[in-house]
Design a protein around this ligand. Structure first.
Ligand code: ZN
Length: 405
């Protein structure tokens, strides 16, 4: 509680709502816990926790059970768990070559998902909206009757205006000035809150909360597939910039005389470490897409000289790119996701050597290069976190309560 809040008289009802939100956030983030553990973690007394848990149970958000089979003496503490068959969000990741849509319940578990490969016209905003609406309806049929949606979160590989989900530019989807959140909200049947974020920003949040970077409060998530983007967390908070466009590491110029980039510039980092760069380095001109990329990695893993050299070339440029990131932001950890994670797996020594050579020593010594803890789901789980914010902030808001009945 801030000093300002302490000076004014805070009504008991406000305190209760604040505590309710804090408790639900804790259960969402850390999973099930006993009442005793929650009492210790929240710094509230036992009877207050009991009353708050009862409220969350009545709202249909959590469930309580007595652990069975325990041989411990004394009265067992009730376990409080997020309801897997209660509120859920639709998390959507629009990537260049696929759309993934998942049902994610409180606690962050993916209950169901559908993945569709896309190309050409499938990438147009209206086609993407149609796909999401159809898949959402199909997924809803797979869920228990007790489940109800509380929001939609969408990850987009482009610059997104955070406050209204307006996509300024998603170069690899060929989108410019698309009011995507509004388009989707207008087409979804229910009055669902739609939030849209940048894929790497969302990946950073997810890795920070549930993945490889739990406990790291200075973190960069670099997401590299066809496009390359970054999400930055500084002092535990996301760095958005004034419009929400911060983190476009893939479009930092690394060679002004380099290849043309989709963004309109030349020699961007993306043109050296994105998937097209890997294909170019491997001499693959007749194929592209996930299968072609996977084939290069498989060949490199098997020791094929050309594939090994191609991965090495990208690994060196990745190390140079990360050195710039380290010099600029001094993070504790850089999580490398997307297909770039495979580059790190196959040739970490080249990435680390370039970091050693080019990053300032003090900043270099404090940084770890990590692989994602959520594998390929970082952006998707990040989208779910975005969609849960309204419920987590106001667990007993009238809209949510009404929907639960
Ligand atoms: Zn660019």
């Amino acid at each position: 509680m801030t000093v300002t809040q302490q000076r004014v008289a805070v009504r008991p009802e406000e305190i209760r709502r604040h505590n309710l939100s804090m408790l639900l956030r804790h259960i969402h983030r850390h999973g099930e816990a006993t009442r005793a553990e929650l009492t210790a973690a929240m710094g509230l007394n036992r009877s207050t926790i009991g009353a708050l848990v009862a409220d969350l149970v009545a709202l249909g958000l959590v469930t309580e059970y007595v652990p069975s089979g325990g041989e411990r003496a004394g009265r067992p503490s009730h376990v409080v768990a997020p309801r897997a068959d209660g509120p859920y969000v639709l998390a959507v990741e629009v990537a260049v070559e696929r759309i993934s849509i998942a049902v994610v319940s409180l606690g962050g578990a993916v209950q169901a998902r559908r993945v569709t490969a896309i190309e050409g016209h499938d990438r147009r905003p209206q086609a993407v909206v149609r796909r999401i609406v159809d898949d959402a309806a199909w997924l809803a049929q797979q869920l228990p009757h007790s489940a109800w949606p509380v929001g939609v979160g969408v990850s987009i590989p482009g610059t997104v205006r955070r406050r209204d989900g307006f996509v300024e530019h998603a170069p690899n989807l060929n989108w410019r000035a698309v009011p995507f959140a509004a388009l989707l909200a207008a087409t979804l049947p229910a009055q669902l809150d739609v939030q849209v974020g940048n894929d790497a920003d969302l990946g950073a949040v997810a890795e920070h909360q549930r993945g490889a970077a739990v406990g790291y409060d200075h973190l960069v998530y670099l997401n590299g597939s066809v496009g390359v983007g970054g999400g930055i967390i500084s002092e535990g908070a996301q760095l958005h910039g004034v419009g929400g466009y911060a983190g476009e590491i893939g479009h930092m110029t690394i060679n002004p005389d380099g290849p043309a980039c989709h963004c309109g510039s030349t020699g961007c980092i993306e043109t050296y470490i994105g998937e097209h760069a890997l294909l170019r380095a491997a001499g693959v001109t007749d194929r592209h897409g996930p299968a072609a990329i996977a084939a290069i990695f498989a060949d490199a893993d098997a020791g094929d000289a050309r594939a090994v050299a191609a991965v090495h070339t990208v690994a060196v440029w990745l190390g140079r790119s990360l050195a710039n990131v380290v010099n600029c932001l001094n993070p504790q950890a850089i999580v490398v996701g997307g297909s770039l994670a495979e580059v790190v797996r196959l040739d970490r020594s080249s990435v680390e050597a370039e970091l050693d050579r080019r990053a300032m020593a003090a900043a270099r010594s404090g940084v770890q290069v990590l692989l994602p803890g959520l594998d390929q789901d970082s952006a998707l789980i990040g989208a779910s976190e975005l969609a849960f914010q309204t419920l987590l902030t106001s667990p007993d808001s009238p809209v949510v309560s009404l929907a639960a009945n």
